[in-house]
Design a protein around this ligand. Structure first.
Ligand code: ZN
Length: 379
């Protein structure tokens, strides 16, 4: 197995603002933990310094006028009315100094991962800064300015690849679904908390694509509170049969961890156990794999989960200690974190709460198996 980790310390130097939930420092924290566990000097693994995407690459998806406005915003100042039509301004998508530089660096890193995998230099490449799945062609959304995922998939499509996209972020992968809603060359699968309860409000199981793309957009919504058992069960029932039937050339995954217990923006109950099951299952597909980050607003969860994911990609997860390394704990304590263990305690829902989640899930799974499986040829 050959792997690549694409990263730059520059990524952690940007700030969305003091009170914004997305904290790029989480990327450095993750990198620190990976390094302190000695997971960057593996014999079959390489470290790739992230580079910025150029304008032509961003334009594989985004409109010229939108790219212009993000570039203008790079100074950190943009008039309210100039930003408004593009989703920019106080709130989710603030104008901050370096917003363009940040966005092209994230997208560039995803494109590097994409090319390494596409050209078979590595089997798996991980860009923890990528996975900004909400951005649309001409507007920012949900903390995302440029949609690195859609840009990368367009890059793969123009090389004639069939792509499967799996998104386990707690929010619906709406930007990616929308971009490929009418094509059968990209299969998008999103697992997320139901849009009835959470941003962006979309992602019902009834959204299955349109035209040639009918059957190639798949949504597995969960009632709030989904735990390891529910999420892993929903994944196993739907994702492996679809991947096997679709036979993609390349897999792109968004590994957002805002589905975890204690994440401040959603209501999930996933732990490192469930998350590791998902990542291990994805690894077992044995496909060329572009792995990206995503949401995650409890930054200790982010560092631990993505470190475990990277270890799984490298078949090193069994060798890891239970205790977090002291050198990492001292860095983490400066950010107000006091966790001592790499893995979460086991957590399982019981009783009525569990029954409600499972009953709701079965309804969605039944719909997908009835309506989508026959189109894609899954059984
Ligand atoms: Zn999210």
């Amino acid at each position: 197995v050959k792997t690549a980790f694409v990263y730059s310390d520059k990524l952690a130097s940007y700030s969305y603002g003091a009170n914004h939930p997305l904290r790029p420092i989480r990327l450095k924290l993750t990198y620190d933990l990976i390094r302190s566990l000695d997971l960057l000097n593996l014999p079959n693994s390489s470290f790739i310094e992230a580079r910025e995407a150029n304008r032509e690459e961003i334009a594989l998806f985004h409109s010229p006028e939108y790219i212009d406005v993000i570039e203008e915003a790079n100074s950190g100042e943009l008039s309210y009315f100039r930003g408004l039509p593009y989703g920019l301004g106080p709130g989710d998508n603030p104008v901050f100094p370096g917003v363009y530089d940040w966005s092209i660096l994230v997208t560039g890193a995803t494109l590097q991962a994409t090319r390494l995998v596409e050209q078979r230099e590595v089997n798996t490449a991980f860009n923890i800064s990528g996975g900004l799945h909400h951005a649309a062609k001409s507007n920012a959304s949900g903390f995302c300015y440029f949609n690195d995922i859609v840009v990368a998939i367009h890059d793969l499509l123009r090389k004639g690849k069939r792509v499967a996209y799996i998104d386990v972020d707690v929010h619906h992968g709406d930007g990616v679904q929308e971009a490929f809603y009418d094509t059968d060359q990209v299969l998008t699968i999103s697992l997320h908390e139901s849009g009835h309860f959470l941003f962006p409000g979309t992602g019902s199981e009834h959204e299955i694509g349109e035209g040639k793309g009918a059957g190639y957009a798949v949504n597995i919504p969960f009632y709030p509170g989904a735990d390891d058992d529910a999420v892993v069960y929903g994944f196993l029932e739907i994702v492996p049969p679809l991947i096997e039937a679709f036979q993609p050339d390349i897999l792109v995954t968004q590994l957002g961890v805002d589905s975890f217990r204690m994440d401040p923006l959603a209501h999930g109950n996933l732990t490192t156990y469930g998350f590791c099951c998902l990542v291990t299952e994805i690894r077992s597909f044995a496909l060329p794999w572009i792995a990206l980050g995503g949401g995650g607003y409890q930054i200790g969860n982010v560092a631990r989960a993505w470190t475990l994911a990277w270890a799984i990609m490298n078949h090193r997860d069994r060798d890891l200690p239970d205790e977090l390394p002291l050198i990492y704990r001292s860095e983490a304590s400066k950010l107000g974190l006091s966790e001592t263990r790499l893995r979460d305690p086991v957590f399982k829902l019981e009783g009525q709460e569990r029954d409600k989640i499972m009953k709701d899930l079965e309804k969605s799974l039944g719909y997908i198996k009835r309506e989508v499986f026959p189109i894609v040829g899954a059984r």
